[in-house]
Design a protein around this ligand. Structure first.
Ligand SMILES: [Zn+2]
Length: 335
């Protein structure tokens, strides 16, 4: 999906949320990026359109690794001379690549959050070694063999190829066979032995094909939802207070109002003035005519409000009304 289309769709969502009309634009109390964040991170859980789109594109990476021989894969493989891993193919585009391939290749641009997520999330599961790339797909922790055993990689005759090319079946026993250009020197022997020892712990299963698994779902299967959830986890912002306001104890619109309140974004007179919407009007609270109508005042300090709170606390048999409210107000930035 082109970025411009994603932006237009988000604009429609945004207008709907705040009740904009064609001729009348209303105040958007909370910025759209914050609104899109998950409830756990202080938003309404709407999600960015671009993230959903990238998740759907990543699904093609997943399908490429999982599906055996669909027509689209049969076309792509020779056209783009797929090399390296045939399970987790690092999509690369060239000038003649289609729009489809280019957009997926963009996911792999280094340092983007999507590239990091793909690198972290997809894991190649070795079966018979028919598709996984030996030096890149076998990992020691998070790092590929060619990095961890870089000296051996430099000495290896074969620098690329599927796992099955690096060994043979002897009756029913798999024996690794990594050819080096020369005999190892004494100082290289330790790494050589470590490599063989590590490979000895890998089980090659003749009857199972190599496949791909997704780390961030309980069943190992990729889904756009789990992709978005992981993206959300990468956002370090801690919003425990707004997270705690979504329990379904009251109607949803009341929860949304509480969410706005906890973000200090209810459109009281003081906020309206800050937005430049109240130039000449009075800021005084119309309930008590004694104090500026700020969020603190209207929801805590106004004596009308305070009386209401006290009654509510009485109904709930909570004795220390001031302590509870000051705690809530302080954490919400209301105190
Ligand atoms: Zn008042």
């Amino acid at each position: 999906m082109p970025v411009g289309v994603a932006q237009k769709l988000e604009k429609l969502q945004c207008n709907f949320l705040w009740g904009d009309e064609i001729e009348k634009r209303k105040l958007h109390a909370v910025d759209w990026i914050s609104v899109c964040k998950s409830k756990a991170k202080g938003g309404l859980g709407i999600g960015r359109m671009i993230d959903k789109n990238e998740g759907l594109l990543t699904k093609w990476v997943w399908r490429f690794g999982r599906e055996e021989s669909p027509l689209w894969k049969k076309v792509l493989r020779p056209k783009y001379a797929v090399k390296g891993s045939e399970v987790l193919w690092n999509w690369q585009s060239n000038v003649t690549a289609s729009f489809f391939v280019k957009t997926i290749a963009n996911l792999f641009k280094p340092e983007t959050k999507y590239a990091i997520l793909i690198k972290e999330g997809f894991k190649v599961v070795i079966g018979c070694g028919d598709k996984a790339d030996f030096w890149n797909d076998i990992k020691v922790g998070e790092r590929p063999l060619k990095e961890v055993f870089s000296r051996m990689y430099a000495l290896a005759v074969e620098k690329e190829g599927q796992v099955k090319k690096f060994g043979n079946w002897d009756s029913s026993i798999w024996r690794w066979e990594i050819k080096l250009r020369r005999l190892t020197f004494d100082w290289e022997k330790e790494q050589w032995n470590n490599l063989l020892s590590f490979l000895g712990g890998i089980t090659i299963r003749n009857s199972v094909k190599d496949s791909i698994a997704w780390k961030f779902s309980s069943n190992g299967l990729f889904s756009v939802g789990s992709f978005r959830m992981r993206l959300d986890e990468l956002d370090n912002e801690d919003q425990w207070l707004t997270r705690s306001s979504w329990h379904g104890f009251c109607p949803h619109k009341v929860e949304v109002f509480a969410w706005q309140l906890l973000r200090n974004r209810v459109l009281v007179r003081e906020v309206l003035q800050r937005f430049g919407c109240l130039q000449d009007s009075s800021l005084v609270c119309p309930l008590c005519n004694n104090g500026i109508e700020s969020i603190n005042h209207l929801f805590l300090h106004c004596h009308w409000t305070w009386d209401l709170w006290t009654r509510c606390m009485g109904w709930w048999n909570v004795s220390s009304c001031s302590m509870v409210l000051s705690k809530i107000g302080g954490r919400a930035g209301l105190g």
